[in-house]
Design a protein. Structure first.
Lengths: 251, 431
């Protein structure tokens, strides 16, 4: 619902800007290098991408959403709040993720990761004042990376075609399903603290928490669209994000 | 008593300045790729010791910020919609201060590691610092370049100069009490040309100019990079296979380590245990260069619509797969680019230009008389820098004399963060 609102707002913003069309200049190169694609060439960096047309559109869409809506908000957030406060907000949301990390570690039979995750949750929630301080992370025990997509991959589910999701970005069919399962396991702090309130107050508080969560999520992801500067960024991202997922599953 | 103390100090200072230069990586190609190991870096905390002000949680308001400025009101190709404004980064002091411009190296952005590092160093040292992308970087080609065909230094330098002027006005010239300039690699070469241009145009009046590992002759240096690939692999498939094998090796190491982050530390420990061969290093440098060249060539071709990579008259849409264009673009060497695209373009607009004239205009030799007599322009480079020939080095020492600082090792800028280098740079700009 909220996302829908954002998208409507965004389309109306972008729709206003209609620039004159770009035209080629008078100079014509004496040589044309465009070759017919040679299927015999080995392509070790190519990732299977049957939905490339849709994915590329979505990639541009996400980049525009970032530039005109999401990042301006994140930038204001980063300008007005001191760094330690931003860190505290990130810590609280990350601490709540431990639940799904723990569950997924258990589902994969990874005892060490599960115990790290459980220990982090207990200590950071108590000594770290509800997760505000990442006590164990500062002590050299960083958060593990596990999610339901990895659990599925661990048990042999194939990744399926590469897929760019709106807002979330690079993924694949398997991990998209995983996202939904993880979302169920992710607690909204509003559910715990705002129980006694009336409907209107609770709904406002929940929206507020989700908004901060969304801003914090973007703040934590250092990736910026088109920051590589290469017009071939889509291919680069496709290779590296797929490779990274593949490695993390076996880690 | 005082005399004895003085003598002691003299001896001590003599010892300090006479210590050997011991940047640890002796192989120039390894140095180029790996840079300076963290324990050998200049301790940045020494530049400006922490004060009470640092306890203020709002102090980072003055830190490095990305900015953008619209310089050319012209339509941008649809697939490059995001490159309409020039992106640059600033780190501004709160009081009036001198401003240092930093120009990035070939194909690099204002956010490249080298730029960020120099920005950090000189911001701490009390300068406003503005970093600009190289004119060979796609964002610059689309948003600023007047010809949108990069590589011809006189054109590129004119575009840089106009952008720097606009940025200085944007910051406010009343906040600036002097201008300095530095650049790395091709950015170093361009800095020399900028200094020369400024002597005629006089919009800045640069106090100090420092060229870091500059190319003397653009084509010579770039051909060396091209040959690193051409001399070591028979065809593209072999280069791709080698890089794929390295990626595989990295992946295995990452998988079997406990490391959650994939940062510099991880790479340093990895390459300590398994040093790369010279051939592998050369191929890596060559491939990296080719990829950035491919981005530049494709971007330029889309902007001019010249039909070099994309068929003339065809408009690339947002959903179109770009793999065939990437394929075509990575097959272009810099020599090809000059012969098949840059020269014909220059000749199209100025029929009197010859290949020789154009290439000569892209060499520091073209402004040698200016460089010889300008006491405010200095060079810092390495005797083993792979992009310089013996002739280039002797040209530098002939032209700059005592203003050339030549380190024995370091490759192409691998020693930029090494403590002696940073100390020398700080010393140069602070004097």
């Amino acid at each position: 619902m909220r996302i829908l609102f954002l998208i409507v707002l965004f389309v109306s913003v972008v729709g206003c800007a209609s620039a004159p069309e770009h035209r080629p200049g008078p100079f014509q190169a004496p040589v044309h290098r465009g070759l017919a694609e040679d299927s015999a060439v080995e392509r070790p960096f190519l990732v299977e991408d049957p939905w490339e047309g849709f994915n590329r559109r979505m990639y541009h869409f996400n980049a525009q959403l970032d530039r005109y809506v999401y990042l301006p908000v994140v930038n204001v957030y980063e300008e007005i709040l001191p760094d330690p406060v931003q860190q505290g907000v990130s810590n609280i949301f990350n601490n709540l993720k431990e639940i799904s990390i723990f569950v997924n570690s258990v589902l994969q039979g990874k005892a060490k990761k599960a115990s790290v995750s459980l220990g982090r949750f207990i200590f950071n929630t108590t000594i770290g004042v509800g997760g505000l301080f990442d006590v164990l992370g500062n002590g050299g025990i960083p958060q593990e990376q596990e999610d339901f997509g990895q659990t599925l991959g661990f048990w042999g589910a194939p990744a399926g075609p590469y897929l760019i999701l709106p807002v979330f970005g690079p993924s694949n069919v398997r991990d998209t399903g995983g996202l939904a399962v993880d979302a169920v396991m992710n607690l909204n702090p509003a559910d715990m603290f705002f129980d006694g309130m009336g409907w209107a107050a609770r709904s406002t508080a929940t929206t507020g928490v989700y908004s901060v969560k969304a801003v914090d999520a973007r703040h934590q992801v250092k990736f910026r669209y088109y920051e590589t500067g290469s017009p071939f960024e889509y291919q680069l991202v496709r290779f590296f994000s797929s490779k990274k997922r593949e490695l993390d599953i076996h880690k | 008593m005082f005399r004895a103390l003085f003598a002691c100090l003299l001896v001590l200072s003599g010892v300090v300045s006479a210590h050997a230069y011991d940047y640890p990586i002796k192989d120039p190609y390894m140095a180029t790729i790996m840079g300076t190991p963290p324990q050998y870096e200049y301790p940045l905390g020494d530049i400006r010791p922490a004060t009470f002000k640092d306890l203020n949680p709002l102090k980072d308001l003055g830190a490095i910020r990305g900015r953008e400025i619209l310089l050319k009101e012209r339509p941008v190709p649809d697939i490059l919609w995001y490159e309409d404004t020039l992106q640059y980064s600033v780190a501004l002091q709160r009081r009036v201060a001198p401003l240092l411009f930093v120009i990035a190296g070939t194909g690099s952005s204002h956010q490249s590691g080298t730029c960020r590092y120099l920005q950090d160093v000189f911001y701490r040292a009390g300068f406003h610092v503005v970093c600009l992308s190289s004119p060979t970087y796609p964002n610059f080609v689309v948003s600023v370049s007047s010809t949108q065909v990069p590589g011809y230094i006189p054109h590129d330098v004119a575009d840089l100069y106009a952008s720097m002027d606009a940025i200085a006005n944007e910051i406010g010239r009343d906040r600036i009490n002097g201008f300095h300039l530095t650049g790395f690699s091709l950015g170093g070469t361009q800095s020399a040309f900028l200094a020369e241009l400024d002597q005629r145009e006089k919009r800045f009046g640069f106090g100090k100019v420092l060229l870091l590992n500059p190319a003397v002759n653009l084509l010579t240096s770039v051909s060396i990079l091209d040959h690193m690939l051409a001399d070591n692999v028979t065809d593209r498939a072999e280069a791709a296979r080698m890089v794929a094998a390295l990626v595989q090796e990295l992946s295995e190491a990452y998988r079997s380590s406990d490391e959650v982050n994939f940062g510099d530390e991880f790479l340093f420990t990895l390459f300590d245990s398994r040093p790369l061969s010279e051939k592998e290093l050369k191929i890596l440098i060559g491939v990296a260069f080719r990829l950035s060249l491919a981005s530049m060539v494709f971007t330029s071709d889309v902007c001019t619509g010249a039909g070099y990579i994309v068929p003339r008259g065809h408009v690339v849409t947002r959903e179109e797969p770009l793999s065939p264009y990437l394929d075509a673009a990575v097959s272009v060497s810099f020599d090809d680019y000059v012969e098949e695209y840059l020269m014909p373009f220059l000749a199209f607009h100025d029929p009197t230009i010859t290949r020789q004239k154009a290439l000569a205009a892209c060499s520091l030799e073209a402004i040698a008389p200016f460089l010889r007599t300008s006491s405010n322009v200095a060079v810092m480079t390495n005797a083993d820098d792979p992009i310089l020939t013996r002739d280039n080095l002797s040209f530098l020492s002939r032209t700059f004399g005592p203003r050339l600082t030549l380190y024995p090792v370091g490759g192409h800028g691998g020693n930029l963060r090494y403590r002696d280098n940073v100390a020398a740079m700080l010393d140069y700009f602070r004097k």
